[in-house]
Design a protein around this ligand. Structure first.
Ligand SMILES: *[C@@H]1O[C@H](CO)[C@@H](O)[C@H](O)[C@H]1NC(C)=O
Ligand SMILES: *[C@@H]1O[C@H](CO)[C@@H](O)[C@H](O)[C@H]1NC(C)=O
Ligand SMILES: CC(=O)N[C@H]1CO[C@H](CO)[C@@H](O)[C@@H]1O
Length: 521
């Protein structure tokens, strides 16, 4: 077996670490002390030799980086040593966006005695390559090239002190089982989306077998044979499962990574058990599946670790000038593109309403080579009541009492954050899991409305839905349901709550897998 495995039981708690990471200080030694960690809240793991040291590798997209960073903090505060890995590209985006002084984004966390070490790794493409504009090449690089870079880095980290004994990789990576096996690491998969989305991907073979996927004339009736899912319509499947051409690079990634995850030991999921009870238990029956969400900073406070890939503009002063609950917040997330026509209809719809709004429009929202997208005269006509920014701190915005609704692409992080702040949603799903998330928000939990995606988007429909969300009859009903959901999330994170218990169980199970591995080696 690999020699790195043999030392996995032989380290002491107090250790001196010398780490040569040329990304930080161009060849100079980066030296730090690994602090003896004293838990502030929870009893720490049993024997020292079972203390987990996890290599945590974030998928290089904003929506994945955020929960991965928060997961790192959560596990470190429970006594884990974490070696956190970002791609160089993500690192430089965060670094430049926030004008950081310290190359280690976890510098502040380390000051509060969390043992989080930070590494960067190449994704196979040059630093300045426009990954958003050349999405397929970016994905192809992650599919074919990235694992070689990861392997080299993991080889370095497993030999650090204490030696790494666990790999936590985003489920969308295609290589974790190979790397975990090679270095004798317990393999943990981290799923950043709802359990419903996971289980639909996980059971693609059933969808195919039943004719709901992969054909030119897919069946259009309800899908009622996925374990734990009473029923779902084909139009609520993730966009990649609805595509008739399933030969793209993203499809290859999805097919491969859901093959790979079958070899994982444990799966962590950023959902709440009470939100998706039957799905979580069906998945858990097959392989340990831990719902530990929502994975936020404690108390939903400002993160001490920078997570944003874009510079955040200050919108808070402007929000301060607006009455409580009067502002519609619009954001389409960090990843999806919107057509110019759709932007036009949304902008015109906004003008038809009298509603105050804060609109986040990324410079690359249509395409990174087309930045002039708003209709002529838009900013003049909405000067009194609207603000358009390139990016903002979404958590600060959603927490602000002036916000009364969220027009969203229906990304999972945005949904969890909005529920936490009790902001009703107007769902405008664009791709991937967002269609499936819409079903949860609108049909199952009834905490939001939607813009009908199947009909062509029209300014009239946009205006009607915005008015309904902000001041219509449904508002009370939505608020009632939102209160209940907020309680569910809240309760999950208390000491007796499901997410806290599941996290304890995960730590217990992981620790015993690690010690079993040590004994075998
Ligand atoms: C994942 O880890 C477990 C235990 O550490 C091991 O038994 C299993 O073979 C690993 N799976 C793969 C595919 O490496
Ligand atoms: C607006 O909301 C804040 C926070 O909930 C509250 O303190 C304040 O009194 C409210 N203002 C009005 C005018 O209701
Ligand atoms: C808006 C609101 O009341 N949200 C609450 C949801 O639950 C969290 C957890 O306790 C509270 O902190 C929020 O205030």
């Amino acid at each position: 077996m690999n020699d790195s495995v043999n030392i996995c039981c032989t380290y002491s708690f107090l250790s001196f670490v010398v780490c040569t990471n040329s990304f930080f200080f161009q060849g100079s030694l980066f030296i730090f002390y690994s602090t003896y960690y004293i838990s502030q809240r929870k009893p720490i793991m049993g024997e020292a030799e079972n203390r987990p040291h996890a290599i945590l590798i974030a998928y290089p997209l904003q929506g994945h980086v955020i929960p991965s960073i928060h997961l790192a903090m959560k596990l470190a505060s429970r006594g884990f040593v974490i070696s956190f890995v970002n791609t160089e590209s993500i690192h430089h985006q965060i670094f430049n966006a926030q004008s950081l002084k310290d190359e280690n984004i976890f510098a502040k966390a380390r000051n509060s005695n969390l043992d989080i070490r930070y590494y960067t790794v190449g994704d196979g493409l040059p630093r300045d390559f426009d990954r958003s504009l050349n999405h397929d090449q970016f994905m192809a690089s992650l599919l074919h090239v990235f694992s070689a870079h990861v392997e080299e880095l993991v080889h370095k980290i497993v030999h650090s002190s204490p030696p790494a004994n666990c790999l936590i990789a985003d489920t969308f990576f295609v290589w974790p089982s190979v790397i975990a096996k090679k270095f004798g690491l317990v393999n943990v998969s981290f799923w950043t989306e709802p359990a419903l989305v996971y289980t639909l991907y996980y059971h693609m073979d059933l969808l195919r077998m039943n004719g709901h996927m992969g054909f030119n004339d897919n069946r259009e009736d309800s899908i009622d044979y996925i374990p734990g899912v009473p029923s779902i319509e084909p139009e609520d499947l993730m966009s990649y499962l609805q595509d008739t051409d399933t030969s793209t690079v993203v499809h290859q990634i999805i097919f491969k990574c859901f093959q790979d995850v079958k070899a994982a030991d444990l799966v962590l999921c950023n959902t709440v058990q009470e939100l998706e009870p039957s799905i979580v238990s069906a998945l858990d029956a097959e392989k340990p599946f831990y719902a530990i969400g929502p994975i936020f900073t404690p108390g939903f406070s400002q993160s001490s670790v920078p997570t944003s890939l874009w510079a955040e503009l200050d919108c808070i002063h402007w929000l301060d000038s607006k009455p409580n609950g009067s502002v519609l917040y619009l954001s389409f997330g960090s990843y999806a593109h919107v057509s110019k026509h759709e932007i036009m209809e949304i902008a015109s719809g906004l003008l038809l309403t009298g509603v105050n709004f804060l609109w986040v429009l990324r410079p690359d929202i249509v395409s990174s080579d087309d930045n002039d997208i708003l209709p002529e005269g838009f900013s003049d006509e909405s000067r009194e009541r609207g603000m358009v920014v390139q990016w903002c701190n979404q958590i600060e915005v959603l927490k602000h009492p002036a916000i009364g609704g969220f027009f969203t692409h229906t990304g999972w992080n945005s949904i969890l954050e909005s529920i936490w702040c009790k902001i009703p949603l107007l769902c405008f799903p664009l791709l991937t899991d967002q269609f499936t998330n819409r079903k949860l928000v609108v049909d199952d939990w009834k905490v939001g409305l939607d813009i009908n995606k199947r009909l062509k988007i029209s300014r009239k429909d946009v205006a009607a839905k915005i008015n309904e969300l902000m001041s219509g009859k449904s508002r009370n009903e939505l608020a009632k349901k939102m209160n209940r959901l907020n309680k569910t999330l809240q309760n999950a994170l208390t000491d007796e709550g499901s997410s806290e218990k599941n996290l304890n169980q995960f730590i217990h199970d992981l620790t015993s897998l690690i010690s079993k591995k040590c004994r075998v080696d």
